[in-house]
Ligand binder design. Structure first.
Ligand code: CDT
Length: 315
């Protein structure tokens, strides 16, 4: 049984619209090579890693098409697959996917150390809006450009380690981690793009980093998993995205965090066994969970009235 995994989060500094996918992939290979020198076995790249965070801009169908990948790997990304296989380093990569029948998803894949795609995820929680909100610093058009994910919250085997994947906004929803932990996930990997400005998202600037890290830490602790999160960070065409790429332990503690908003590798050798005490005590799911009392979570989507009481409060 594998007990150690050397995990790297590859934070990618801003990607301007003018940058080609070839140039971006060259940056990713440099990060991968740096991670390999620290013996990384799995490198986590961000959400929509290959391009600028295009959902900030209202574009018509023709204009946005260039941001989508119609196959994976393809000639732009093949050099990353080749170099990773040469170095025997696996990776998680977020990208915009267009299927052969024209559906578009915000997707991530898990590639093993031999270069084979062993996992796929399509973002379930799409934030933002689909209408054209003009006159703002930027928009957040994930609901316009992507369909909701349809592959569930899968858990995949990565050389003996059970890995769950999600993408950005998913990290803020507790159901995501729990769905994967119930399938035995040991590590949850995710990429993100968190802009300073999102229409309709009221949050103090200082709280942006706090709520990002809080989500990772709570997800890790409450589910006895490691969480590795890589952001696309810094400025893209003048629009700022937060940094804070990090690896978090099942204790909820941050093991390592990027210190910049540029291309940066953070590597941590994690001891997967260190999750065991949590799984056997406070979060022994089989002993303590009450799924019979949680049906409202899947039955109800939005906030509503209290459920009718099935007992007399005075008895
Ligand atoms: N890419 C992405 O999902 N970003 C969102 C922005 C906030 S939407 C309220 C995030 O959760 O970081």
């Amino acid at each position: 049984m594998t007990t150690n995994l050397t995990l790297a989060v590859a934070q990618v500094g801003g990607i301007n619209t003018s940058e080609t996918k070839e140039e971006v992939v060259a940056r990713l290979i440099t990060l991968l090579e740096e991670a390999a020198t620290s013996n990384a076995e799995l490198v986590v790249f961000p959400e929509l890693t290959l391009t600028t965070f295009f959902p900030r801009t209202w574009l018509d169908d023709d204009q946005v098409g260039k941001y989508f990948e119609t196959s994976m790997p393809n000639s732009d990304v093949q050099p990353l697959f080749d170099r990773a296989a040469e170095l025997a380093v696996g990776f998680y990569l977020g990208y915009a996917e267009q299927t052969s029948d024209g559906r578009r998803f915000n997707t991530s894949i898990l590639v093993d150390r031999d270069g084979a795609i062993v996992g796929k995820y399509r973002k379930m929680h799409l934030p933002g809006h689909d209408d054209n909100k003009t006159g703002l610093p930027n928009q957040h058009l994930e609901k316009k450009y992507f369909q909701e994910g349809n592959l569930g919250f899968g858990v995949f085997d990565f050389h003996g380690v059970s890995i769950g994947m999600c993408l950005c906004n998913d990290r803020r929803w507790p159901e995501v981690y729990r769905s994967m932990a119930l399938q035995g996930a040991e590590v949850v990997v995710l990429g993100y793009n968190t802009p300073d400005f999102v229409p309709g998202w009221q949050e103090e600037p200082h709280a942006k980093m706090f709520t990002h890290l809080l989500s990772l830490q709570a997800g890790a602790y409450q589910n006895s998993v490691f969480v590795a999160a890589a952001g696309k960070s810094g400025f893209e065409d003048g629009h700022h995205l937060i940094g804070g790429s990090a690896v978090v332990a099942p204790s909820g503690e941050i093991l390592a965090k990027a210190g910049s908003e540029r291309d940066e590798i953070v590597v941590v050798k994690v001891d997967l066994e260190s999750a065991q005490p949590y799984k056997e005590s406070v979060f022994n799911f089989a002993a303590h969970r009450r799924p019979d009392a949680y049906t409202i979570i899947s039955d109800r989507k939005g906030r509503g009235e209290p459920l009718p009481l099935s007992f007399n409060v005075n008895e």
